[in-house]
Each structure stands twice: as structure tokens, then as C-alpha cells.
Ligand binder design. Structure first.
Ligand code: ATP
Ligand code: MG
Length: 394
């Protein structure tokens, strides 16, 4: 079974026909050797970005400064990156400039870990100058070259190391781990956006506890934004089926607010809203079960995250099962306002009044009445209930 999609193989073929070198590289080779579904396939080539663009009629400049051209092959986008190395790193993050090089080995040398510094030719020959295959077999994460130098160049690699320990369940090699301990403080020079990308993947790994142990052992936890002191509480919530569960566990373990975590990790409004809801649902568990209001306002994913953390913190207390949550949500008379049998126009017709703030306010009351079964969700019944209440208040 040949590696890569038909389109990606064609891209390499055409680059080779034009006299260039081209190979598959990076994480997809690692995953292929591990027998996992390959993530996005990357191609590296000796051709310069201009040369790549001359070979293919349909391309996009997605990251031309870094040497990446997106080639459209049979409607499939394929990333092609020119062999490159990185020049001086003056600020412990990202190189000052990229330098295109002619040899694949130099390109592989700039990569973070041996298991990520693998290339595969179209014929299926593995190019592995740093012993990546052996490290895959040994299940270790090892820096390419001198670990301290590599972390000094780009401190994000330390978080990537622990992220891969979670995703792959691998150990971090002794000297690489020592270097993380020595350079942990440097993580503060890295943008939180880049850290967050890796953390999202860390939460979704098969062994987040392992990564968390490394984070504490190396002292990274002291320099990462808003990391709870009680990391064991956070670890007790693992594994996670969504990154948002990991962030929820982090927030609740450290007794941070949703706003603090969202700000520290520059989260989207959507992510922040999720954490805010989890916090609310979790707090309600302090005094009892989820209420009708929680089942109505919060998604199943929010309740699941809150319950997961609640249970990890209180393992001997009653756990609300997922079935129970599904059942409770299914039994609600309505799932949103849209499901009400009446709308604002009906209120205006019944009362012969113009629209205004009162419409929204009464729709809220109707929503509550239906949700709490004071009134069935039936247009005629709602009309009766509403007119009665409306007159009473006048
Ligand atoms: P995933 O399957 O999670 O995408 P990946 O190995 O493909 O894992 P990416 O972040 O997509 O990880 O990076 C692609 C490749 O680029 C890596 O395999 C590695 O060779 C290289 N790389 C990425 N980030 C760095 C970095 N900070 N320093 C050195 N090399 C890096
Ligand atoms: Mg990738």
C-alpha cells in the first residue's frame, strides 16, 4: 500500500519530472509508521517557491515567506514547502528569517524531534538521518541535535514535547527532558496563541496525565499561563474527549474564572462562553443536581464537561450518567424559544398592540411557563394563559 493520496503522489512525480527533488515529510510519516491514519500530508522539495509555481498551473501563495506553496492537484490542495533551514533566533521564538537550502538533510535537521524528522520518497524509501524510526520503536521523544540549543532557539518545542507525550503516549528521552527543566522559564517568551494550539492537542491525547506529570516535573507549570498548582486534580479528570473538557478541568482545578482562562489563552468568544457555562453548571452541582434551567440552557457537551470534573473531584458521590443527561434533555417541553408554538406577532395580534420591549418580555415569560410546564406548548393554550396573565398585570 503506497503512502500518500493519488494527488500528492502526482505532485511529487511532476516535481521530479521537472528535475527537482521532492519527498513526503513530517508528522504524516511518523503516523504512517505507527500505523495511524496520516494527518495532513506535507511535501518538501529542493525547488524554490518560484520553481514550484512554474511546475503547476494552479497554486496559491499561502506561506510563501516560509517557502510554502499550496498546489491544487485534481481539486485537492497539497502543501509543498521548499527545503529550508532557520537562521538565528534572537528571541527564543520563531527564526528571524528562513533560508532555503538544497539538501533534505538540512531541512530535516531544523525539525524538532527525531520522530518528526523523517522523509519518505515516492518509491517508499525512508530517509531517517537522526534515528527517528528507532525512537518510534522505543517510543521516545528526542530532540534533533542538542536539546538545550533547540529549546533555546524555539521554546515552544518544550510544549510540543509534552504534547507528543500525551498524543503518542511516549516518554521524553532523558537529556531532552533535562533540557526542558533547564529552559522551562523560556516558555514565557512564546505567544499564547502558539501554546494554545499545542495544548488543544495535548488535551485530546491518549495520555494527558503523562504530559501533565512532565509539565510539573520540569517546572513548565510555573511558567505556563494560569496553570493550577493542584495539577493532580486536573490529571484526575483525564482522559478527555474534547479539548474544551481539558480547559474546563484546568479552570476548575485552579479555581480560575472562565474569564481568566479565556483571557490568558486568548480564547474565542465561543470557547469563553463554553467555559462560563461549565462554571455555572459545576457550581450548581455544589448544591445539588442540574436544574431544568441547566438542561435547557446548556448543551450536552457543557453538562458532560461539568459532570466529568465534578465526578473526578467527588468520586464517591452520585454521578449523573450521560444517559440520564440525554434523557433529561429529551424530556424538556422545548429545547429553545424557536420551538414555542407562538411568536411575538401573535402577542401583538391578540392584544391589538404595537410591538415594543413588552413583546420580548412576555415571550420570556411564556418560554418559562412552557419550560416549567405551567402551560403546555400549544398555541391556543398559550393564548389563554397569556391573555389571563396579561390582564392580571394590567
Ligand atoms: P500533527 O499530527 O499534530 O499535525 P505534526 O508533527 O504534523 O503533528 P505540525 O505542528 O503540523 O506537527 O508540524 C509539522 C512538522 O513541522 C513537524 O512534524 C515537525 O517536523 C515540524 N515542526 C513543527 N513545529 C516545529 C517547531 N516549532 N520546531 C521545529 N520543527 C517543527
Ligand atoms: Mg501536522
Amino acid at each position: 500500500n503506497a503512502f500518500g493520496t493519488d494527488s500528492s503522489r502526482k505532485v511529487i512525480q511532476q516535481l521530479e519530472s521537472a528535475g527537482h527533488e521532492a519527498v513526503f515529510v513530517g508528522g504524516s510519516i511518523r503516523d504512517y509508521l505507527l500505523g495511524k491514519d496520516a494527518s495532513d500530508i506535507d511535501i518538501a522539495t529542493s525547488a524554490s517557491p518560484d520553481e514550484v509555481k512554474r511546475v503547476f498551473p494552479h497554486t496559491f501563495d499561502v506561506g510563501i515567506a516560509h517557502g510554502t506553496v499550496l498546489v491544487m492537484m485534481d481539486h485537492e490542495p497539497i502543501e509543498v514547502t521548499t527545503y529550508r533551514t532557520e537562521s538565528t533566533y534572537t528571541d527564543h521564538r520563531r527564526p528571524d528569517e528562513v533560508i532555503f537550502v538544497k539538501s533534505l538533510k538540512e531541512d530535516l535537521q531544523r525539525r524538532d524531534f527525531t520522530i518528526n524528522a523523517l522523509a519518505l520518497t515516492l518509491e517508499g524509501e525512508l530517509i531517517d538521518p537522526f534515528g527517528g524510526k528507532e525512537d518510534l520503536e522505543k517510543q521516545v521523544i528526542r530532540s534533533v541535535g542538542n536539546a538545550s540549543d533547540r529549546f533555546d532557539e524555539d521554546a515552544l518545542r518544550m510544549v510540543r514535547a509534552v504534547r507528543f507525550s500525551s498524543v503518542l503516549g511516549f516518554d521524553i528521552e532523558k537529556y531532552t527532558l533535562k533540557a526542558i527543566s533547564d529552559y522551562a522559564k523560556m516558555i514565557q517568551h512564546v505567544s499564547v496563541e502558539r501554546i494554545k494550539v499545542e495544548m488543544d492537542k495535548l488535551w485530546m491525547g491518549i495520555e494527558p496525565e503523562k504530559a501533565l506529570t512532565y509539565i510539573v516535573e520540569t517546572g513548565l507549570s510555573e511558567h505556563l499561563p494560569k496553570f493550577p498548582d493542584e495539577v493532580h486534580r486536573l490529571a484526575s479528570c483525564a482522559p478527555f474527549t474534547a479539548a474544551a473538557q481539558g480547559w474546563s478541568a484546568l479552570m476548575l482545578s485552579g479555581q480560575f474564572t472562565a474569564g481568566e482562562i479565556a483571557a490568558a489563552y486568548k480564547m474565542s468568544n465561543r470557547e469563553k462562553a463554553f467555559l462560563t457555562a461549565v462554571q455555572d453548571a459545576f457550581d450548581s452541582r455544589l448544591t445539588g443536581r442540574f436544574t431544568t434551567d441547566h438542561y435547557y440552557r446548556f448543551t450536552f457537551d457543557v453538562l458532560t464537561a461539568a459532570e466529568k470534573v465534578w465526578h473526578a473531584f467527588h468520586p464517591t458521590e452520585y454521578r449523573i450518567s450521560e444517559d440520564e443527561m440525554v434523557q433529561n434533555q429529551r424530556e424538556l417541553p422545548i429545547r429553545s424559544k424557536d420551538e414555542l408554538e407562538v411568536d411575538g406577532r401573535d402577542l401583538m395580534t391578540w392584544t391589538e398592540q404595537r410591538g415594543g420591549r413588552w413583546v420580548g418580555e412576555w415571550m420570556d415569560k411564556i418560554e418559562k411557563a412552557v419550560l416549567y410546564r405551567t402551560c403546555p406548548n400549544d398555541a391556543e393554550k398559550i393564548k389563554g394563559w397569556f391573555l389571563n396573565e396579561y390582564k392580571r398585570e394590567k
